[in-house]
Design a protein around this ligand. Sequence first.
Ligand code: HEM
Length: 494
Amino acid sequence: MELSTLIDILYIVGVALLLAYISVQGRKILRFLYLTTKVPGLSIREYIDVYINGLLSDNMLEEAYKKCQERNHKPYGIWVGPVFSVSLSDCESMSQVLKSKTINDKPDVLHKVGREYLGNGLLTLNGPGYRKHRKILSPTFRPSILESQLARINEQTGKLMARLRAEASDEPLDVRSLVSRHADAMALLIFAEGRCDLEALDKWVKVLHLAGVQVQMRITNPIYYWFVHKLKKSTWETERKIKAGLSAAKSALREARATRTQSDPDRPTCLLDAMAVGDGQDHLSDEEFLDEGITLLAGAAETTGFAMNVSLLLLALHQDVQQRLYDEVQAVLGKRPRAVRADDLPEMPYLDMFVKETLRLFPPIPFVTRQLHHDTKIGDLLLPAGCALGLNVHALHRNAAVFEEPSCFDPERFSPERAQSRHRFAFLPFSYGIRNCPGQMHGMTMLKIFLSHVVRNFSISPGNGLTSVRDIKVKMYFTCYLNESSLRFVSRTD
Ligand code: HEM
């Protein structure tokens, strides 16, 4: 056969294959688009409203909640840039998705953008790589390690109390950054106290907020979806700061990993130690170890900081609740100052109810997201493979059909009797299932120790402009942040 004939044949086969590919992909895309039209969506006016008042502003949380309420918490679809996402905010849908063995991946867009900052850690990984990491890291979060750190957590919280006492006066205070930095110090302590250069790790913790803003901006604002964000000068500066923080933390983690092999402790005393030990069978590679270190700090710091800050506002607004909490803590810990121990916590059921009600009204991570790889029926709706799911935990927790007067703060909702009669998937601050929050116990414990110290040391009342829960304004960049805070701290003398 002549060469020119062979080239002709190859050319024809190539074109045929390309056409076949386009036809299959085209059919897939058309089918996807067709199925998206079957999902109840937003009108043009609502889109304009959602984009202007929600996705392109700080008010996304409120706007998304409003849409869920208007739809009676039934699923609805929304195009966020080129991504079709279905919002879910009812117990049954949450249960179906979070119990599923097949819907475990993060949306493709989050996987792609998140990895630019966090690398391949639990928060961004998908597929077999994710399952391998989660299995290796599971023993890291066992209670014994946390219990060995309680004394230091108390000590650190005592330092915050001293700082607050020094600042307390008749004037209202904005303690947001003081409390957030305390939560950061806690995260660093439980992660690597004595095992790593905490100052270097702190450089990463300090820029977490910026990384959250960048990721959220790029996935929710269609203008920045592909590369346009790179054209903004402010982005270069932000990215430079994030990279500097990341690189300082990674160097410190690399060094900790290298020196650890020479001085293996008998028992892990912090998360970093436990991460290095693995699950007894497998270990993380050096690169994986760095990415998971970065990820654990990201998961721990901002979430706990927000919960601490918002719990102070709720305490101030509800004097009766504050008094009851004080009575309970005093009854368990006694009059003389002492550290909170692990066996104290089960003795303080009202503290547990208080923390849960705080996390109901203000879940630090208000959205949990997943990717559908297969067509899936959620309730009566057939959702197409390729769409993203946005599990709106903030709206779920404020569903009036489940929580009467949902915007009212009432820890009694979590009394054992009332909590027992509720749907298992009505309250999900730490999510549920294969991908739930592995640091749940750490978060709850740090919050409870913080609150025990606070109520014993101070009587807190609202400062300027804070009269009801509705005055608490929150913005979201993955994790939530308070827009403002104004509180009066009076040192207790009783
Ligand atoms: C009040 C504090 C906290 C809250 C409300 C919270 C909530 C959450 C939520 C909702 C998720 C998403 C789960 C999902 O996608 O289904 C998550 C994931 C995660 N959290 Fe937390 N978290 C808190 C504290 C912590 C702490 C202290 C740590 C570390 C010690 C931590 C580490 C992580 C990690 C590594 C993930 C990713 C899990 C995975 O995808 O496998 N979190 N958290």
